[in-house]
Design a protein around this ligand. Structure first.
Ligand code: SF4
Length: 265
């Protein structure tokens, strides 16, 4: 087993890091307590470091780099979750968000198993970057999957995130095949992801899914712009304004033809 210091020095991406060292350490960016926006009830939200998408609107661009972050033993996270358990109530629990959690799927699977042993609900907020046996095992331990579908059209998805949406759709299909709950999340960006034809296409793609409990619309905001500037990175959506009330209402109206519950965050 390598020391934390050695792990930080490793010039490899997180998913390989786990494989190399078989570690119980999770590379995290930050932890939020009493989160109410990432899954059911009140939650402890663990933001992991590293993401292979580069969304133009990313509000936390400091979580994208695969290096960086801090390594924390999952038992430390379990201990913190147990301390907060009285606040979780019936619905709450722990959400792992990011960054992209699937990049560290093996260790998060272990974390979720431990949380389940302690009777704590688990949620995974993922961009659906990949699906393999370890990802499937992690999804088995995930009570609610919050799946970010950035765009239904592959070309637009590539423009927005730098990557294809094929794996995202595969993750959605796999989740549906397991019969376990899923929420979709959709960032609404004027001129980029608000095209009526694609909103309908997204609805058509998912309308028969029985596991989708709701779709959450996340209106684009510019709160992360200063972080891009601080990191010396160019912000790709300069000049794009948050969606108007009309755009949001029109999107809700389209989605309501396909989904039973729509929430605007
Ligand atoms: S998937 Fe999430 S963390 Fe990754 S770049 Fe996009 S918004 Fe940022």
């Amino acid at each position: 087993m390598k020391t934390q210091e050695e792990l930080i020095q490793l010039d490899v991406i997180p998913q390989f890091t786990e494989e190399v060292v078989g570690t119980d350490l999770l590379n995290i960016h930050s932890i939020e307590t009493f989160g109410t926006h990432d899954g059911p009830g009140i939650r402890m939200v663990v933001f992991v470091q590293g993401c292979q998408f580069k969304c133009l609107y990313c509000a936390n661009p400091d979580t994208i780099a695969l290096k960086g972050g801090s390594w924390l033993d999952i038992e430390e996270l379990v201990k913190r979750a147990i301390n907060q358990k009285p606040y979780f109530g019936k619905k709450g629990g722990v959400t792992v968000s990011g960054g992209e959690p699937l990049l560290q799927r093996k260790v998060i699977k272990k974390l979720f198993r431990r949380l389940h042993e302690e009777g704590i609900n688990t949620a995974l907020d993922s961009n659906g970057r990949l699906i393999d046996q370890h990802a499937k095992e992690l999804l088995e331990e995930t009570d609610v999957l919050l799946l970010d579908v950035k765009h239904i059209n592959n070309e637009w998805h590539k423009k927005l995130t730098g990557k294809s949406n094929l794996s995202v759709l595969k993750v959605a299909d796999y989740r549906e095949s397991t019969g376990k709950p899923m929420w979709l999340r959709y960032v609404l960006v004027p001129g980029w992801s608000d095209q009526a034809e694609y909103l309908h296409e997204l609805g058509q793609r998912f309308k028969d899914f029985t596991t989708i409990q709701k779709i959450e619309i996340q209106p684009y905001h510019m709160l992360g712009v200063h972080k891009w500037e601080a990191l010396g990175m160019e912000y790709g959506l300069k000049g794009v304004e948050p969606p108007s009330k009309e755009i949001i209402e029109r999107t809700v109206s389209i989605f309501s033809q396909y989904f039973k519950e729509i929430k605007v965050n």
